[in-house]
Design a protein around this ligand. Sequence first.
Ligand code: SAM
Length: 267
Amino acid sequence: MGYGSKENTIGQWSIDKLAFLERYIPNYLLATKKALERYYIDAFAGRGEWIHRQTGEKVAGSASIVLRYAKEFTKIHLCELEEDRVEDLRRLVAENGASDKVAIHQGDANRLLPFIMKSIHRSAPTFVFLDPSGDHIHWSTIQTLSKWKTELFILYPYNMTLIRYLPRDPEKQEPFKKERLNLFFGTDEWEYIYRNTPRRYLHFELLDLYTRRLKELGYQYCNISKCFKSTTGQKLYYMIWVGKHKAGKDIMNWVYKQQSNQLSFDL
Ligand SMILES: C[S@@+](CC[C@H](N)C(=O)[O-])C[C@H]1O[C@@H](n2cnc3c(N)ncnc32)[C@H](O)[C@@H]1O
């Protein structure tokens, strides 16, 4: 578990994921320092602070990490579905004296983001962290985000969620799983791939479909992490960074190198 509505613990693999943000944000700020305005959106913000599942220590969540840089963004938007977590975020923001810089939104990120984006100038650099615990990001949301000067850092929940929607026998796939995959990929092309690709290549082909579609939206540059695994070696998810500028890609290359166990490639 972890990240579930009653759970306030996270595993080492989540901390490793957040290390990317810790390295990326200061460099993103440097790269965008000439921009008149710049924004940060954490679309699945969680509660800001967690307890490390193995050590019991308090650890900073994504919202706490970005709050360290609150002064340098024009505005930070935090979205979260769960009311108790929104309360935690409010407290955290107030404690950090950042209430004037941070807008907290309660609800489904897919509904909130189109409204948030309307408040942002089309040419303002905007970093969007999309870190759900499953297949919650609809393709239509990514399409909306792509119309702005955005960079996206997306959790791609292949082993955690998508593979569970793809039984070995396609005839046993329940209709709601098809629906969820259609929302996630924004197309039913996944189904042809699913039915016609040997199982051991399926994750490559579906990842390729997703990143190809990101490129079609204008995200020319892409980095894909290796698969994040649990402490027991269970495969969980990939992190995908996409952007429209080489400078962002160069920074992410550097970050991936620092994280040392990561690979990266161009689309
Ligand atoms: C993986 S956790 C986020 C962790 C956070 N980014 C961090 O690193 O501290 C995902 C969060 O998304 C929230 N959530 C789930 N569905 C959502 C939705 N449709 N819109 C916004 N938030 C959602 C969950 O309550 C959970 O707190």
